[in-house]
Design a protein around this ligand. Structure first.
Ligand code: ADP
Ligand code: F6P
Length: 318
């Protein structure tokens, strides 16, 4: 009987549990033996393996986080660390490995694939910064969390006629800022890929108050800079009362959205289909509502770029 290992790596994201559940249940239905690897590549190097039955993945579909837990490991970036992982997998008779994680985790997965383990990637990151997939696991849930938080901030900012400067996650990617900004009808969105001008922003915010607005919201992708700094710049240039807020890790929690649950259920199902066909060394994603896959090399060569048309839509709506 073929054995399939699954692990979650890097920053966790809502929907990882749902992905594990789908991989495990579809795998068992197809006659495979399923093994969970705890704490990402750390657990792989330490042989922290647990057998997974259908019941073991019950009651996790709607939970944020990852019950297999996640970790980052410098040691795994070395050839020696990777070989330790490969040997542990071979010793346990695990032929296939599914890695749920972001770009860094994909790099590790590609190394394992080169070293003889048939490996798959599922895009587990809230950042939506993986090329060749329209969505990453947790991105949609995070947008809902951020949108709700902005709504709360709007209430208090209105009462005090203030400017709220909100920093969101995303590493070097501006997708969380752009999508949540549009969903919240904010007044300015600062993303790493596009230039911004403090005088211009300050003038626009002042004009907003002059038109009778009671609040102004500025959303800042963390790749641009700190909310505290941008908030004080706006205060200095506009004279308006500003308050910085860093949403932080709140964005990575919460029950996964229906979209993330369905998306991950579909990808989990597909990865087992690929195991059955003995297609490997690939990462899955969703393009135009189809579950697709590409080799790790293709993913590394492709560039994840900001959707400039979407930014234009935002500009036309303010
Ligand atoms: P994410 O997967 O969310 O992008 P990281 O960039 O922290 O998160 O990567 C997760 C883990 O993947 C790292 O801690 C490391 O163990 C492994 N990893 C990252 N980059 C590489 C690499 N170039 N080669 C091998 N393993 C890597
Ligand atoms: O990649 C996911 C992410 O949440 C980024 O948006 C953020 O920059 C980073 O991870 C935070 O990492 P940590 O969990 O180590 O604080």
């Amino acid at each position: 009987m073929k054995k399939i290992g699954v692990l979650t790596s890097g920053g966790d994201s809502q929907g990882m549990n749902s992905a594990i559940r789908s991989i495990v249940r579809t795998g068992i239905a197809s006659g495979f033996e399923m093994i969970g690897i705890k704490r990402g590549y750390k657990g792989l190097m330490e042989k922290d393996f647990i057998p997974l039955g259908s019941k073991d993945v019950g009651d996790i579909l709607y939970r944020g986080g990852t019950f297999l837990q996640s970790a980052r490991s410098e040691e795994f970036k070395t050839d020696e660390g990777q070989m330790r992982g490969v040997n542990n997998l071979k010793e346990a008779g695990i032929d296939y490995l599914v890695v749920i994680g972001g770009d860094g985790s994909y790099r590790g997965a590609a190394k394992l694939n080169e070293k003889g383990i048939k490996t798959y990637g599922l895009p587990g990151t809230i950042d939506n910064d993986i090329p060749l997939t329209d969505y990453t696991i947790g991105f949609d849930t995070t947008l809902n969390v951020v949108t709700e938080a902005i709504g709360n901030l709007r209430d208090t900012m209105s009462s005090h006629e203030r400017v709220s400067v909100i920093e969101v996650m995303g590493r070097n990617c501006g997708d969380i800022a752009l999508h949540a900004g549009i969903a919240s009808g904010v007044d300015a969105i600062l993303v790493p890929d596009l230039p911004w001008d403090i005088t211009d922003i300050s003038e626009k915010l002042k004009a907003g108050f002059e038109r009778g607005k009671t609040h102004n919201i500025v959303i800042v992708a963390e790749g641009v800079g700190k909310a505290e700094h941008i908030s004080s710049l706006i205060k200095e240039y506009s004279g308006l009362d500003t308050r910085p807020t860093v949403l932080g890790h709140i964005q990575r929690g919460g029950t996964p959205s229906a979209f993330d649950r369905v998306f991950t259920s579909r990808m989990g199902h597909k990865v087992i289909e690929l195991v059955e066909k003995d297609i490997y060394g690939v990462a899955l994603g969703m393009e135009k509502n189809e579950i697709t896959y590409h080799s790790f090399e293709e993913i590394f060569e492709a560039k994840d770029v900001l959707n400039k048309h979407l930014y234009k839509i935002f500009e036309d709506l303010i």
